[in-house]
Write a protein that binds this ligand. Structure first.
Ligand code: G3P
Length: 220
């Protein structure tokens, strides 16, 4: 399971880079809204400088129509860098935009995936990553793990990767991974719960206390 950060918060990204195996960063307009009145281009460039080119950066288009998505994609690529994965929602216009942008050689992350058929169509058009929305599917009484399993079977032998998204707890993250998602993009609320078990701190403290009670401080 490769971990991607579903946040645009600079302090959080800096912190996670110190102790997590970070494969990339994903954003969307709702995630960016949480950062307040930022300079979008400068903010994205700062994230890129933090994660480097060896990790993927995924930025979503804003407009909903075909031409608007193409315009947004070209602006993002020109203003930030050509290695960005352009996130395109899998609608009718989105599929058309994916088709055009892949013909131009653009990196694509197909997003807002709520069904197997959306994912398969985007994959057939050459999308590099497919982002099924796990928690949002569960809210709609769709089994996201069955969708991920079916998509993973369809992706066998292709270069398309599953980047599962929309998580509200660790259990969803692990189940998505077990169902076949090669990547998961996880928000700060769930990431911060990875190590939130108080027993970890207690065990660490107990070991340190036992050492200090039995050994001289200068032994190590
Ligand atoms: O990447 C965005 C996707 O994770 C949506 O998440 O929490 O808005 O359902 P959420």
């Amino acid at each position: 399971m490769k971990l991607v950060l579903d946040t645009a918060n600079i302090d959080k990204i800096k912190d996670y880079l110190t102790y997590l195996p970070v494969a990339g960063v994903t954003t969307n307009p709702s995630i960016l809204k949480k950062e307040g009145s930022i300079d979008f281009v400068e903010h994205m460039k700062e994230i890129r400088s933090l994660i480097g080119k060896e990790r993927s950066l995924h930025i979503q288009v804003i407009q909903e129509d075909y031409q608007g998505m193409l315009d947004d994609a070209h602006k993002i690529l020109n203003l930030i860098d050509k290695d960005v994965y352009i996130k395109i929602p899998v609608s009718k216009d989105g599929l058309a935009a994916i088709k055009t942008l892949k013909a131009e050689g653009v990196n694509i992350t197909a997003t807002a995936i709520y069904s197997t058929i959306q994912a398969i169509l985007a994959k057939e058009l050459g999308a590099d990553y497919l982002a099924p929305y796990v928690n949002r599917m569960e809210n709609l009484n769709t089994d996201p793990y069955e969708v991920i399993y079916q998509v993973a079977q369809d992706c066998l032998g292709s270069d398309t990767e599953i980047l599962a998204a929309s998580f509200k707890n660790v259990s969803q993250v692990l189940k998505a991974s077990q169902a076949g998602a090669n990547y998961v993009t996880v928000g700060t609320d769930v990431i911060d719960s990875f190590l939130a078990n108080a027993n970890i701190a207690k065990a660490t403290h107990d070991f340190a206390a036992d050492w200090q009670m039995n050994f001289a401080k200068d032994q190590i």
